[in-house]
Ligand binder design. Structure first.
Ligand code: B3K
Ligand code: ZN
Length: 898
């Protein structure tokens, strides 16, 4: 695609402030496809009318890599011109029919945007700007039209022909061809258009909604995969029921389809009535998928289904508003997964997992060169803004609104939002306004303009909290100062509205009643303090002794909390906090503190990193019969290398890796007999079900095996590695089998080689399992620099293909983005490998390349020699001529970062 460039030859940034309504509206679109992998013909007949509210302008239609054959206006040949990739027509009447005939070449479409072929099946991906690769169009989300789609193709090769909405007609055509005609009853932006054509089979289920209406649900896959669709279907049924029960949002279509493809740039896509999914988020049976896969499938199926309202019925006015649908829909899928949990502990586990993602991926983004507000102000390539900030931080912003108006108030707000805006393309402001208007007496309503700084200001706010006990007045004053570092393009920040959930414990860990100075009433349990000034003081009265504050319970705001907890206070919270999130958080703080001390200590220091109090506390957690296995597994998981690195001003990745490894080795040996017992108690989870309780037990048993093999490494014990190999061979499900394999591989045991070979032999025909096989090896702990040569070897394996995004991710991303100890090599070979792969991928699939380019976002924090070497590698990529604008934007921002 031709880049739009400025006078200096740089790609032009699109700015939010430049938004203007389209000069024309498109009311109806009638598309006819003659599907052929080498040359697909697309006939596009549209009814357009001039937008009376916009200044008179020519019609400018977007296109990309299309062959244009014909343009007719009201049936007559029309004069048009090309300006870059745009087709421009002047002198049009106020209302007219436009017919455009183009061809494209799906088989050569390695970008996987627009119409492409995967395993002999046609698929489309149009969000954000892929529809212009199918036909000339006003490719922007605020142009919403009614679609009729006719698909024609060879019947033997493409027996199933699908598009959005309802199938209204189908039949035979000459020469072994057939057709299907689909009508979508809802108007939609073109990014929600989809078609699928190929040899597919479907699992079907009919469900009856609350209003008695029947719907057909279908999950389409390749013939051999039908036995892996039950969980996706169950997740879809649960999603339909949940959205109706929790938010009163019903399924609005007679038929709702999910189709899986193994070649996909992302997880899944919410096309109206025809969701297209990466196979990774559809296919599961107990032999091939882990508990984590099951849980991801539930979330992603839910997420795409929930878009049917939050995204499809009400969509974004422009792509700067992306979080309007993504933040809200992530929030909705998180709530869905929590609501499916049977108990409070499982809900807390889900919350902790979500926060872990936020803190290990979004916080670094918000502190790095790609930092952007939840509603960005500019972009070069919108694909680069499908980020953890838009998604996960966006979800936290929605969650804070719920915290400020309460659960019921939030449901009222959602109802008002859909009443007001059904069928419209709107903004983040419209959303926040609806939630506030439905709750006029709330803190959100009172503080709305300030609250909306969460949309406009990038960066993670920091809360510096400090507590002082006044024995004479029996009071405790908490001073909290908020701050936020500058981010690219935003030198100063105004104070945020921050809901802080808080509780107080006494020294023995009992929850204390709470009374704020000036208040008459005493409250029990958690309460929400709403901070809105740069500095605030909150005084609690009626306290006989200094309390232990439990601040930011449930992670009530996406902020960094600094509080000078003593070890003793953290141990109290870890042992007693009734808020499970903060209980876990106390353990993380202790672990982090130990890691930072270990990193700061001299290299020659042989003092163990973890002290006895920490080990004893972990032992108590493991032995505590009242805690669930899933929760124990989270507490015993040390903060990740990425998270530890974020706390440092200058990062020596090898040192971080070494210290964390030492901590793990210490946990392995010091708790050896406990790990044995934990394994014995948890390894048998009976007949496989992916529910939170049994998956938690499998996770804890897997962790125990890991530590037991690690301990064996230093002691020379052969019993546990032997048992682990046996477990690997006998396992009745993929979770247990993979955990055993992982224990052997990550402890570097000699038995790992035979287990890996056996694993490959068993699963050679299961692409998603082979992805795991690749990923495990590329992500394994480095021993003397052995992982990079292995990664290069893996890329020569006959099963490797860089063109398949899942496979590329399983090898290249697992190494560059998820294996810091192996990637950050003092000889810079990891960075050289990275730059070569970014360049190689960029020519095939810019979206995947630009994602990989993000692996060095935090280069400027690195210690030497890593820092200079990383910068050089980024500069090498940036200097490459003809870079896609996706990769160009990422690397130029990275270089500008310092
Ligand atoms: N909306 C899609 C993401 C599209 C990504 C385009 N580069 C999936 C989702 O968030 O549900
Ligand atoms: Zn989404």
């Amino acid at each position: 695609m031709l880049l739009q460039r400025d006078a200096q030859g740089q790609p032009i940034a699109i700015r939010r402030e430049d938004y203007s309504a389209p000069a024309f509206w498109i009311d109806t679109v009638d598309l006819t496809f003659d599907l052929d992998p080498a040359k697909t013909r697309v006939l596009n007949r549209m009814q357009l009318r001039r937008n009376p509210d916009a200044p008179a302008q020519p019609l400018r239609l977007d296109g990309d890599e299309l062959n244009l054959a014909r343009v007719l206006v009201n049936g007559q040949g029309a004069s048009f011109r090309m300006e870059g990739d745009q087709l421009v027509i002047d002198g049009l009447p106020d209302a007219f029919e436009l017919e455009i005939f183009t061809t494209c070449c799906p088989i050569k479409n390695t970008k996987l945007m627009g119409l492409f072929v995967s395993e002999d099946t046609f698929f489309t991906q149009c969000e954000a700007e892929g529809f212009r690769r199918i036909t000339y169009f006003l490719d922007r989300p605020d142009v919403m039209a009614m679609y009729t789609v006719t698909l024609r193709a060879n019947k033997a090769a493409y027996p199933v022909l699908l598009s959005n909405g309802n199938l209204v007609e189908q039949g035979e055509l000459p020469e072994g061809r057939h057709f299907a005609k689909w009508v979508d009853p809802f108007k939609k932006p073109c990014y929600l258009f989809a078609l699928v054509a190929g040899k597919l089979v479907a699992r079907e289920q009919r469900i009856t909604a609350r209003n008695g209406k029947e719907h057909l649900l279908q999950v389409y896959v390749r013939a051999g995969d039908l036995d892996k669709t039950e969980h996706a279907m169950n997740s879809l049924v649960n999603s339909v029921l949940w959205d109706e029960a929790r938010f009163g949002l019903p399924l609005d279509l007679d038929r709702f389809m999910i189709v899986a493809t193994s070649d996909f740039n992302m997880g899944a896509m919410e096309n109206k009535g025809l969701n297209i999914f990466n196979t990774k988020y559809v296919l599961a049976n107990q032999a091939t998928a882990t508990d984590a896969d099951y849980s991801n499938i539930e979330s992603v199926v839910g997420h795409e289904y929930f878009h049917n309202w939050s995204g499809d019925r009400v969509t974004c006015r422009d792509w700067f508003q992306l979080s309007l649908k993504e933040g809200l829909t992530v929030f909705r899928d998180q709530e869905f997964s929590q609501d499916l949990c049977a108990d409070a502990s499982a809900r807390a586990v889900k919350r902790i997992e979500d926060v872990r993602v936020l803190r290990t991926a979004q916080f670094p983004e918000d502190a790095g060169p790609m930092a952007h507000p939840v509603r960005p102000d500019s972009y070069i390539e919108i694909s680069n803004f499908y980020t953890v900030t838009i998604y996960e931080k966006g979800a936290e912003v929605v969650r804070m609104m719920q915290t400020l108006v309460g659960r019921k108030g939030f449901e009222k707000g959602i109802t008002l939002y859909f009443e007001r805006h059904d069928g419209q393309a709107v903004t983040c402001d419209d959303f926040a306004q609806a939630i506030a208007d439905a709750n006029p007496d709330s803190e959100l309503s009172r503080l709305l303009p300030q609250f909306k700084r969460w949309y406009s200001q990038a960066g993670t706010p920091r809360l510096a909290a400090h507590g002082v006990y006044d024995a004479q007045n029996r009071s405790y004053t908490l001073s909290i100062v908020q701050s936020c570092l500058p981010t690219p393009g935003q030198a100063t920040k105004e104070p945020f509205v921050i809901p802080v959930n808080i509780g107080l414990l006494d020294a023995s860990g009992r929850e204390l009643p709470m009374q704020l100075e000036g208040e008459e009433h005493i409250t029990h349990g958690t309460r929400t303090l709403v901070l809105s000034r740069a500095g605030e003081q909150i005084t609690f009265v009626g306290l006989d002794a200094p309390p232990v504050p439990s601040i930011l319970r449930g992670f009530s705001a996406p902020v960094i909390l600094d509080f000078e907890y003593t070890d003793a206070q953290l141990l109290t919270l870890l042992a007693n906090d009734p808020d499970p999130f903060n209980r876990w958080e106390a353990g993380q703080r202790l672990g982090l503190r130990a890691a930072l001390q270990g990193i700061a200590a001299l290299a020659t220091d042989t003092t163990p990193v973890l002290n006895d109090a920490y080990i004893d506390a972990m032992r108590s957690v493991l032995r505590n019969p009242k805690l669930d296995a899933a929760f124990k597994e989270l507490v015993l998981t040390l903060p990740s290398e990425t998270y530890i690195a974020e706390q440092l001003d200058v990062v020596d990745p090898q040192r971080v890796h070494l210290v964390r490894d030492a901590m793990r080795a210490q946990l392995a040996t010091a708790l050896f007999s406990d790990w044995q017992q934990v394994y014995e108690e948890n390894h048998d989870t009976g007949a496989y079900t992916p529910d939170p309780t049994s998956s938690g037990r499998r996770a804890l048993a897997g962790m125990a095996l890991n530590f037991l093999c690690l301990a064996a490494r230093s002691s020379g014990d052969t019993v546990w590695p032997g048992k682990t190999l046996q477990r690997f061979k006998d396992a009745g499900n993929m979770t247990d089998r993979f955990n055993a394999l992982n224990a052997l591989v990550s402890s570097g045991h000699t038995l790992a080689a035979q287990a890996l070979a056996r694993f490959h032999a068993i699963f050679k025909d299961e692409a998603l399992v082979i992805d795991k096989w690749f990923s495990l090896q590329a992500g394994a702990p480095d021993r003397g620099g052995d992982i990079l040569p292995l990664v290069k070897q893996l890329m020569k394996h006959p099963d490797f293909s860089i063109k398949n995004p899942n496979r590329a991710r399983s090898v290249i991303f697992s190494y560059c983005s998820a294996n810091p100890g192996a990637f950050h090599r003092p000889d810079a070979a990891g960075y050289v490998f990275w730059s070569e792969r970014v360049i190689e991928l960029d020519a095939i699939n810019p979206q995947v390349a630009a994602r990989l380019a993000r692996a060095l976002d935090r280069w400027s924090k690195l210690a030497e020699p890593y820092r200079s070497a990383a910068r050089e590698a980024i500069a090498r990529v940036a200097a490459k001529p003809d870079l896609s604008k996706d990769t160009h934007e990422v690397v130029t921002r990275a270089l500008a970062g310092n």
